[in-house]
Design a protein around this ligand. Structure first.
Ligand code: IMP
Ligand code: MG
Length: 178
């Protein structure tokens, strides 16, 4: 059985300052608007919960569950909605809350899908971005920080459903390679 090492990448204080900066930007931009945050489950749950507590503007909160990854570290390339939003977003300002942008396919799919409901705007807030892995033209309107092409866990983000509970962010390496 392969074993893995968790290498520290972003400590709690660094995450907190990133989330504060994003909350400040969003609060400034969405004053007087009808903001609906659409959190992508499960990876973004911790990011969302920290972010909303720092917002200075009212926001409604909804969730989608998208299946895009099979077991392990590689994407299947197929995306499906397994839990849709419940709040009507027509005329509203939608902000998608995502943990990591990788190929960009998940966000491209969701952005197009949400746009069908005629919202006033659809934007993206992502905590992490692996820009080197992008396959389609999708960018975050609000970005926490760029990361290298490594496999990330912690702060809501999993590896086969493990490590979501960790308050810090790590990258995973096989134990015999480093
Ligand atoms: P994309 O559609 O290729 O951009 O994939 C984005 C989704 O893949 C994210 O919502 C994550 O759930 C997952 N993902 C991408 N990179 C990682 C990673 O390093 N660790 C865990 N999940 C990841
Ligand atoms: Mg995800």
């Amino acid at each position: 059985m392969e074993r893995y090492r968790l290498n520290p990448l972003l400590p709690q204080e660094r995450i907190a300052s990133i989330v504060q900066r994003l909350a400040d930007q969003i609060s400034k931009d969405y004053g007087g608007r009808e903001l609906v945050l659409v959190c992508i489950l499960k990876g973004a749950f911790m990011f969302l919960s920290d972010l909303v507590r720092l917002l200075k503007v009212p926001a409604k909160i909804d969730f989608v569950r998208l299946a895009s990854y099979g077991a392990g570290m590689e994407t299947s390339g197929i995306i499906e909605i397994t839990k849709d939003i419940e709040i009507p977003v027509e005329g509203k300002d939608v902000l998608i809350i995502e943990d990591i942008i990788d190929s960009g396919r998940t966000l491209q799919f969701l952005k197009e899908r949400l746009s069908l409901a005629n919202p006033h705007s659809v934007k993206i807030c992502a905590l992490l971005d692996k820009k080197a892995r992008r396959e389609v033209a999708v960018e975050a309107d609000y970005l926490g920080t760029e990361v290298e092409d490594v496999f990330i866990v912690g702060y809501g983000i999993d590896f086969n459903e493990d490590y979501r509970h960790l308050p810090e962010i790590y990258y995973v390496t096989p134990i015999d390679q480093t």
